[in-house]
Design a protein around this ligand. Structure first.
Ligand code: PMP
Length: 430
């Protein structure tokens, strides 16, 4: 049945649709951390729709409110609704550091890219600047502004020229750069500093610094201590907003509400999407400090600036995470999963590094010579699929196994998934 659907999709759908060719599957039903395909096979979902389903598939607490809301009212553009005000308040409550209680929210359209566009516009609006500082390896989305600050040719190479005034600095990745954590941080910060100091080689009129507090698509890179703090200082010295893209890292994925909290650094602006719409509804938001709320009515527009059903789902999902203490669960289970993968790495040189925070996990695969090995990652992903576990990949070379399970993943299911992932690694690499 899966193959028939895939065949039809290939015939009638856009050739831009993207799913791994080796995973010929069509899904029919999901519950918690498992999904079933149209042939009745069940999988443990260790990628959660690329980090969307933090409260699991078909979360009943979220869906109860969704059904209720959908029966009453679905769309109001920007007119007030209880669902909208409730979510603004909830986001204010969980916003990090001094954003908490001092934040404003502008809802975007359905995608993370929308929130990123709004953050670029907000930074430009407030500074009257044009230049954007971003980072190599970053992924920020598929629209023109978001592609401009994305730091990977693969996603933007066919669409240049994009925004003209963007400079990419290195993102500290000690393993890839073969540096100590401190050296990697110093190097990255020196480069950012130079961009501000040298208007000829850098940006004449900077508008903001845009960064993922943990890079996702770039390979699950949690930067060493000191990097985000250093960026905070540079942004303050130059009076530009520091913008954190928390679209993949936020809403509990890292075991804190926001990855920035691990580093005790509060941004001026942050973006959220993916898990924001609860159990998979499309919604994005840009959350920013009150002080930046200088724009006027209609200065950022959009028909779907907030979708009432998705907003209701979002509030419920946050409540669910709070009530079930899923942040602590994500931290503990994430530590356990990383420890088990590191154990494998002790005796298997192909696992070069295991990294991440909470249930945002990456395992770096290398060949005999220590070079990134994307084919090995493909083969491991295929093996896992054939044995009932869905995993994803990341990194410029596609050589980082990426695990982003729902935060509701139980210890038992994690154990089963790990057994299969470890078998996959051993069988592919030995
Ligand atoms: N920013 C980050 C950090 C992301 O991981 C993504 C999606 N992978 C986006 C932005 C773009 O989100 P969307 O695909 O919903 O536009």
């Amino acid at each position: 049945n899966s193959r028939a659907l895939l065949k039809k999709q290939r015939e009638i759908d856009s050739s831009a649709v993207a799913y791994p060719e080796d995973i010929p599957v069509a899904f029919e039903e999901g519950k918690g951390a498992t999904v079933r395909d149209v042939d009745g096979n069940t999988y443990i979902d260790m990628f959660a729709g690329i980090g969307v389903l933090n409260v699991g598939h078909a979360n009943p607490y979220v869906l109860e409110a969704v059904h209720e809301q959908a029966d009453k009212l679905v769309h109001t553009v920007d007119f007030p609704s209880e669902a909208r005000l409730e979510l603004i308040e909830k986001l204010g409550e969980i916003a990090p550091g001094n954003l908490s209680g001092n934040s404003k929210v502008v809802f975007g359209g359905p995608t993370g890219s929308d929130a990123v566009e709004a953050s670029i516009k907000l930074a430009k609006y407030n500074t009257k600047g044009t230049g954007l500082v971003a980072f190599r390896g970053a992924y920020h989305g598929a629209t023109s502004g978001a592609m401009s600050i994305t730091g990977n040719k693969k996603f933007k190479g066919n669409y240049t020229p994009l925004l003209p005034d963007v400079v990419h600095a290195p993102y500290p990745n000690p393993f890839e750069q073969n540096k100590s954590p401190q050296e990697a941080v110093d190097h990255a910060l020196e480069e950012v500093q130079a961009i501000f100091e040298d208007p000829y080689g850098g940006l004449a009129n900077p508008a903001g610094i845009f960064v993922e507090p943990i890079q996702g698509e770039g390979g699950v890179v949690a930067p060493p201590e000191g990097f985000l703090k250093g960026l905070r200082d540079i942004a303050d010295d130059n009076e530009v907003p520091l913008v954190f893209d928390e679209i993949q890292s936020g809403l509990g994925r890292s075991g804190r509400w926001w990855a920035s909290e691990w580093y005790d650094v509060t941004p001026d602006v942050m973006t959220s999407a993916k898990a924001l719409g609860g159990t998979g509804f499309p919604l994005s938001a840009t959350i920013y400090h009150d002080d930046l709320d200088t724009w006027g009515s209609g200065d950022h527009a959009g028909t779907y600036r907030g979708h009432v059903v998705a907003m209701r789902a979002g509030t419920r999902a946050i409540e669910y995470i709070q009530e079930h203490d899923l942040l602590a669960h994500a931290r503990d289970l994430g530590e356990y999963i990383r420890a088990r993968l590191r154990d494998v790495g002790e005796s298997n040189p192909h696992i070069a590094e295991v990294r991440g925070k909470g249930l945002f996990i990456g395992a770096v695969l290398v060949d005999e010579q220590g070079h990134p090995d994307g084919e090995m990652a493909d083969a491991i992903q295929d093996y896992c699929f054939e044995h009932g576990v869905l995993i994803w990949k990341a990194g410029r070379h596609g050589n980082v196994l990426r695990l982003l399970p729902p935060l509701v993943l139980t210890e038992e299911l994690a154990e089963t998934a790990l057994d299969i992932i470890v078998d996959a690694i051993e069988s592919v690499t030995t």
